[in-house]
Design a protein around this ligand. Sequence first.
Ligand code: WTA
Length: 636
Amino acid sequence: MDSYLIGLGNNDTKTRQEASQDFVKFWESQAKKLDWFESWNTPLEWNPPFAKWFVGGKINASYNALDVQKPDKIAIFWEGENEERQIVTYAQLLDSVQRLANGLKSLGVKKGDRITIYLPMVPELIVSILACARIGAIHTVIFSGFSAQSIKDRIVDSQSKLVITADGGYRRGKIVKLKDVVDTAISDLDFVSNVIVFQRTNHPITMTSKDIFWNVLLEKNSNICPPEKLESTHPLYILYTSGTTGKPKGVLHDTGGYLTHVSATFRWAFDIKDSDVYFCTADIGWVTGHSYVAYGPLLCGATQVMYEGAPDYPNSARMWDLIQRYKITIFYTTPTALRMFMKFGDEIPNSFDLSSLRLLGSVGEPINPEVWKWYYNIIGKTKCPIIDTWWQTETGAMMISPLPGLETIPLKPGSGAHAIPGVDLAILDESGDTVPAETKGYLVIRKPWPGMLTTLWGDDAKYKSVYWSKYKDTYYTGDYAICDKDGYFWLLGRADDVLKIAGHRIGTAELESSLVSHNLISEAAVCGIPDQIKGEVIIAFLVAKEGVSISDELRGQIMDIVRKDIGAIATPQSLYFVSKLPKTRSGKIMRRLLKAIASNEKIGDVSTLEDGAAVSEIQSAFDELQKQIRSYSFSS
Ligand code: WTA
């Protein structure tokens, strides 16, 4: 068997030992590494499923990220898509954060108010996040690829009174007109009192009486704004993520627990040193960007590269060029990006000097062993450990990962190894029993952990039902996993209807409701099928209304609706028109059957997977659907 470099020589056994003795005490010891204005009196209040960490403690995220760091150290090497460059020190970040924080206050923003942030990947995005944190406003960042309707839904749900955006951003050489999208999103939202506009592209935009330019606001406000001493349990942010039902859910994170978990995992996983240059390719619109671009590196005083655009723009050498130029030592990316780079061949990365690298990471979806090996051999030149980090928007930070900053263990391509210290994971069967080694089951978390979501914004009932109703007092992740004989976890993908497209979460229900909003479509069902680059792509099955003829025009209209409702990332790769959807007797769409049809699998592979449906029923639905597909399907 191939052998893989196992770590960086660290061998700290004490940390795991302490964690296994008393997980609450252990997390307290990690929390103490942060700067608190006042210590807590209760480390954990656990009223299942509601947890409060470090109750009574007072802390501020921006203070920990900036004020306590070395002022002259470089925080960000920023690289625009158009190769503009900027270097930002910790002192400069702090200056801008305090000005913006005062600016927000001058516009009437108070502790607990929600602020929506819709910005490209520019340093001002980090400044905005930390300015909110400084005054106790709750930020909700929206990925800049989302549509006006998606933004509107999120602003309405969070009742944000202010939006921070830019005139535009660059994506593959084109200007994405963000301000126009915001204008549409808030056109009838009177409760949004102001929009702060950062000028990135400088193309002409219309300013309304609500709008204020970023530069004007920062210039007229002082650069002294003492950090608000916030309760540890004070909400830090809402991040909307897709689930299996209806509209996206607002995952709510607190301050003290979240910062503890993020900073500890950043140290353990990345073995961060003062001299490191770290680069995480995630967009801050997703949770990886929140925890490991905005918060993690700054809490640990690290220097990072922040890149604005598409990873393969203007060509597929972009990432390798960045690594060579900035002498990046730690590179954290996604399997989708790696599969794409791998497709372009070894010659391109081989023509760059990647010798500065000492640690590689992967996140967001399972990494195929072939891709892992390519990453290890071609990018890491067999000298860098790879950390395959499993976690979720809801967990706040890493839960499973090799931790080279802590210990030295053999790596297995495609496995994230073990749970991090202080986290109790198990794999259960349908009835709640732990499955034996090598057996597939549902991954669950049995004890509260500091980075955990505290609830879903404004919906405790849904929080309980989505995550805590399958098993008693146990968090249900929605992922399948197995644990091998050596105790290594292998993640096997989602057990529910959440799709993972290029590592991004898309909810089936949200997409289906967008599809049926076309007046000629009566029913829709979507599923993901395997794709060599993106991991999964979306396939939609549609039932058109009686007498409707299927045309390219109709298909175009449907794609436009999805783009408008959600964004381009949610557009299906293929549309199949059928006369009826296969359903169980209880009315549930047989999604796995659709998936099997679309991926040309045999019925035998799916027959046991449909809850509550008889094999004969599935067989006849399958035969019926195949007949229809043959008679009048078409793909885009
Ligand atoms: C999947 C992203 C396998 C998983 C940080 C999880 C992974 C969902 C991995 C959360 C990994 C994330 N290996 N699968 N290393 N990391 N996932 O909320 O299905 O965007 O439940 O968080 O991504 O996606 P989210």
